[in-house]
Design a protein around this ligand. Structure first.
Ligand code: TA6
Length: 283
């Protein structure tokens, strides 16, 4: 399976329900429910192994979220992951699970000199996409890391976007000198450039737009939520993103980024995200 560039999972019970994962970064490029695409990917995306992450889908940021000692958002989203086992199907539900693995290499140790194993499980369910990132310290020295799933969601007109569940959380506003603010709004709406790290968010997050359905993000191990929309100026600066595409997307990112995670030799950490599609039944 080493020659694979991507893996396509097909739900065994719900027609038109698929998930496509690129071996670069174990990046989920597509999640479709009954032939409806649930993730945003820029029409100008220029994914390139070792160099450029997908502008869209769900890139994995590890071992560093944001700028820092190594390249922005770390190396995990740039390098080739392996898939040592054939995906499995749960005969009772039709759910399909694939497992991707990244281990320390000379390339990674040049940037981050630690022995780790990252295991990323992707489970395609009928109306949900469950992802789980495990990090194991298999070396003889402790290490710190931050991790985040950089989820891009499509929005039917940014003026209609609503993000519920953030009220009462404190956030760092990366566009205002990292000033700390208290979120007083519910829902949060996107009326300009947004780049915020909400800390220790307890609620599930609900993302809606002008349509009836919405996405509920459930988490464990990822205490923080990053909310990002590049808006007009930043969109123009990104060569892998259309100048107008900010109107059709929002990033709502589950992460462990405010407080680095420390793993002693032999220890492991697990972060889980469930993206759940809720389609209100017409009464
Ligand atoms: O998650 C928000 C963010 O950290 C923004 O600051 C912006 O840089 C975005 O990620 C995209 O980063 P990238 O390295 O993928 O261009």
């Amino acid at each position: 399976m080493d020659q694979l560039s991507e893996v396509r999972l097909e739900h065994a019970s719900l027609p038109g329900t698929t998930c496509t994962v690129a071996m670069q970064g174990a990046t989920i490029k597509s999640w479709q429910v009954m032939n409806n695409e649930m993730l945003f990917v820029s029409k100008q995306a220029k994914m390139e192994m070792g160099k450029k992450a997908l502008r869209g889908g769900i890139p994995i940021c590890f071992p560093q979220f944001g700028p820092g000692a190594m390249k922005q958002h770390g190396f995990a989203r740039l390098v080739k992951w392996g898939m040592p086992k054939v995906p499995t199907v749960d005969q009772s539900t039709g759910d399909v699970t694939a497992e991707f693995v990244l281990m320390a290499s000379e390339f990674t140790k040049e940037m981050w000199d630690y022995e780790f194993v990252a295991i990323y499980r992707v489970k395609l369910q009928a109306f949900a996409l469950a992802t789980q990132l495990e990090i194991k310290n298999v070396g003889d020295k402790p290490f710190d890391f931050t991790a985040l799933l950089h989820t891009y969601l499509p929005i039917d007109g940014i003026a209609h976007a609503t993000v519920q569940g953030l009220k009462g959380s404190t956030y760092v506003d990366k566009l205002d000198n990292s000033k700390e603010e208290l979120e007083r709004n519910d829902p949060v709406k996107i009326c300009g450039p947004v780049d915020r790290i909400y800390r220790d968010v307890k609620n599930d997050i609900v993302i809606g737009d002008s349509g009836n359905s919405h996405i509920v993000i459930m988490r464990s191990g990822f205490p923080d939520i990053v909310l990002w929309n590049p808006w007009i100026e930043k969109s123009k600066q990104m060569d892998d993103f259309g100048d107008e595409e900010y109107k059709g997307m929002v990033c709502v990112e589950a992460g462990a980024v405010s407080t680095p995670i420390t793993l002693a030799p032999g220890a492991e950490w697990c972060g889980k995200q469930g993206l759940n599609l809720v389609i209100p039944q017409n009464i």
